[in-house]
Design a protein around this ligand. Structure first.
Ligand SMILES: [Zn+2]
Length: 734
């Protein structure tokens, strides 16, 4: 990808400052000057140089900063616009504030939008602007945000507000997830039951998917967008420099459509619109009739959405019904298809041909690689980077959305007050470490168009919940996609907490301050452990019972003792949320553990002290605190550093099949005095989720081996994959 700006009329000196400027995402080049432009709340611009639709939006944008943006003759305007055709990068721009005004050089509609977004963020008071030279261009062409409007429905007004926030951060794609098992959300004129039936479910699951017994709210839920509303939103986003990419899911995640038209499935049985989460066996039959239906739907979608690409889903399609269906089987026979994956590939290729004939390209989730990728398809890689890398090597264009960096429905902290989420753990700092081209040879990097944050909404019932999960993680994602996170994380959060959060407050956007929580740094010592409270930003102050604290010490005990601390955080007089920590002390507190099986890098908090840090993982699981292993056998050894007598050992495990986490099937505990000869301990048993050993014993080394299922059973989420084993604290007492 070429990211140099050719045709520069002047070259700015690059200021290699670690500091983040006022502009989010940080521009490529920023140079402050001593100039000052005084404008007293009124900016003028030659209106004829600004596209007609854009001007009212800019007036509104600057109006929020109490700035009147008014038309003026070119020679009198305070903002001078100059279109330059020779920028290589079409979204790049230059912006200069001097004593005499504001100069903007741009090449395209998009680059003009970007320049004005930057200018808007530079304005700190409505009277004057500090002198600055900016020359700017994005690192990636595709900078996307996805929102699932099927699991929960959001109004057009709510979506507009969300798109406004995307525009400020220079995102340029909105991936609109319009259909799924839990609701069909877009009017299709040829098939009215898709919305009269498919947009409504009778009841919705309460609480987490894994909770037993399941509880239901027993109230009708739904909604849909008319074609007119969708077209309006397309126009609204286009004015802000954002293209909307619609998604129509196929062949899986089709329950809502099948509820409306049962003949679309293999069994043709009447099913309801689903009110729970997961993957369902009722999928679109691969027969000609169903594919024709989908082509009709796509014809109408293509009329509404001018985007170059159309998303056709393609993920998580169980093949159990296809394998029993005579219609599907005969298609396989006629076309010499050997596996159901090949049948899915045949299905997608047929759809692709239809979409290509209309001048559009399909994009699909990375499962469309299985059974052979359709010839012109783009791939959205969600299961990891691997699918995207494989597609790039096949010279297909790719958008990276790996769960580990891009799934913003995951928990952003382990704080007890975090609202319920699907699981996973993706704090702000991790988002900021994302590298969309990691692991790819240079020659294939150009196939990575960019990346996208995904907001799945099973557990995000309203727009406030969406905003809370989106911000400020979207700010970090914007930085990655615009400038590859070139400002060090510490400086980024410093600027974020000092500046951008205020902008979100002004715009009435809900956001999380979890990234400002104290970070515990565990330091073992002779008597137990000390938890240092690490400041995420310079200005934050922590206190317990009104006394400023920098650390908390806990002593080892031979019986379990719980100690609870409420840590208050403040920045100036701004109170952040209170963090509630409970530490438990016991005989193994702060003692080292060596792992024969390494915890997965996603869930390896506190390294070798993760099992003896005195911090007990909470239930329901919130992503951190627990150590996670993606192995069917897990083994580790605790070193008590001296021969120690004890009477009870317990390790809690997690069972959350919805998140692919299974409790162990069995385990073995072995004891040793010298670390060489180990003897198996008897009287141990699995008590629900608890690994338990009760017997008076003496040892220095304790080796634990845990055996889980080899594979997740058929019919369960993640079937065929290795289950996760999650454990926490080894609690040892007399
Ligand atoms: Zn079938």
């Amino acid at each position: 990808m070429k990211i140099t700006l050719a045709g520069l009329l002047f070259i700015f000196t690059t200021q290699l400052s670690a500091q983040h400027s006022l502009v989010f995402p940080e521009p490529s080049n920023v140079e402050q000057t001593t100039d000052k432009f005084v404008f007293n709340g009124r900016l003028t611009v030659d209106r004829t140089k600004i596209p007609e639709d854009l001007f009212p939006y800019l007036q509104q944008l600057f109006g929020r900063q109490s700035i009147h943006l008014e038309p003026a003759a070119s020679k009198d305007a305070s903002i001078h616009l100059q279109q330059i055709q020779t920028f290589v990068y079409s979204e790049g721009y230059q912006l200069e504030v001097t004593n005499s005004g504001i100069d903007i050089k741009y090449s395209s509609y998009q680059s003009l939008c970007n320049a004005f977004q930057t200018l808007n963020q530079l304005i700190q008071n409505p009277k004057e602007l500090a002198g600055i030279h900016i020359s700017d261009q994005p690192a990636y062409a595709y900078r996307g945000v996805h929102l699932d409007c099927s699991r929960h429905y959001f109004t057009i007004l709510e979506l507009r507000k969300f798109i406004d926030q995307m525009a400020k951060l220079k995102f340029n794609r909105f991936h609109w997830h319009l259909t799924d098992d839990q609701g069909w959300r877009i009017e299709i004129k040829k098939y009215p039951k898709l919305t009269s039936v498919g947009a409504w479910r009778d009841s919705t699951l309460i609480g987490h998917f894994s909770k037993q017994p399941a509880e239901w709210d027993r109230s009708k839920y739904g909604g849909y967008y008319t074609q007119e509303e969708a077209k309006d939103l397309v126009a609204y986003a286009r004015i802000r420099g954002i293209e909307i990419i619609p998604e129509i899911e196929m062949p899986g995640h089709a329950s809502a459509a099948i509820a409306a038209y049962p003949e679309l499935s293999c069994t043709e049985k009447q099913i309801p619109v689903v009110g729970t989460w997961g993957v369902f066996d009722d999928v679109f039959c691969s027969q000609e009739k169903t594919r024709s239906f989908l082509k009709d739907v796509l014809d109408e979608i293509i009329e509404i959405f001018p985007s170059k690409v159309i998303h056709i889903g393609g993920d998580e399609c169980p093949k159990v019904n296809w394998e029993k269906c005579p219609k599907c089987q005969s298609i396989m026979e006629q076309n010499n298809l050997k596996t159901s994956h090949e049948l899915q590939s045949f299905f997608i290729r047929d759809i692709e041909k239809h979409v290509n004939a209309k001048g559009r390209t399909i994009i699909g989730w990375d499962e469309i690689l299985e059974g052979g990728l359709a010839p012109n398809a783009q791939v959205m890689s969600w299961q990891g980077m691997e699918g995207g890398i494989a597609a790039a090597k096949l010279k297909h264009q790719v958008v990276m959305t790996p769960t580990s960096y891009c799934y913003f429905d995951y928990y952003q902290s382990g704080h007890p007050s975090e609202p319920l989420a699907i699981g996973g753990y993706l704090p702000l700092e991790k988002v900021y470490q994302f590298d969309p081209v990691k692991g790819l040879e240079d020659e294939y990097k150009r196939y990575i168009l960019g990346a996208q944050a995904n907001l799945w909404t099973e557990y995000l019932p309203n727009i406030q919940a969406v905003e809370y999960n989106a911000f400020p993680r979207l700010v970090a994602m914007a930085e990655i996609l615009w400038n590859k996170g070139k400002v060090p994380y510490a400086d980024f959060v410093e600027a974020l907490s000092g500046n951008y959060l205020q902008q979100l407050r002004n715009d009435g956007v809900r956001f999380s301050t979890s990234f400002l929580d104290p970070k515990l740094e565990i330091r073992p010592n002779q008597t137990g452990v000390n938890y240092g409270l690490i400041k995420p930003v310079e200005d934050v102050v922590f206190s317990v019972n009104n006394e400023i604290v920098t650390g908390i010490s806990i002593e080892r005990t031979d019986q379990v003792r719980e100690q609870r601390y409420l840590i208050h955080s403040n920045i100036g007089d701004q109170e952040l949320r209170v963090c509630d920590y409970t530490f438990i002390s016991h005989l193994a507190l702060g003692k080292p553990v060596s792992f024969a099986t390494k915890p997965h890098e996603k869930y390896d908090h506190n390294g070798s002290l993760g099992l003896t840090d005195g911090v007990v993982g909470k239930k329901p699981w919130k992503g951190n605190e627990w150590l996670g292993f993606n192995n069917d056998t897990v083994q580790f050894t605790l070193d008590l550093e001296a021969l120690t007598s004890f009477g009870k050992l317990q390790i809690e495990t997690l069972n959350d099949p919805g998140s692919w986490i299974y409790r162990p099937e069995r385990f073995v505990i072995q004891l040793s005095k010298d670390g060489k000869k180990f003897k198996t301990a008897k009287k141990s048993n699995l008590n629900g989720d608890l690994i338990l050993l009760t017997k008076k014993m003496k040892a220095r080394y304790i080796k634990v081996t845990i055996f889980n299922k080899e594979l997740i059973p058929q019919g369960q989420t993640g079937a065929g994959f290795t289950p996760w084993t999650f454990i926490n604290e080894i609690i040892l007492t007399k």
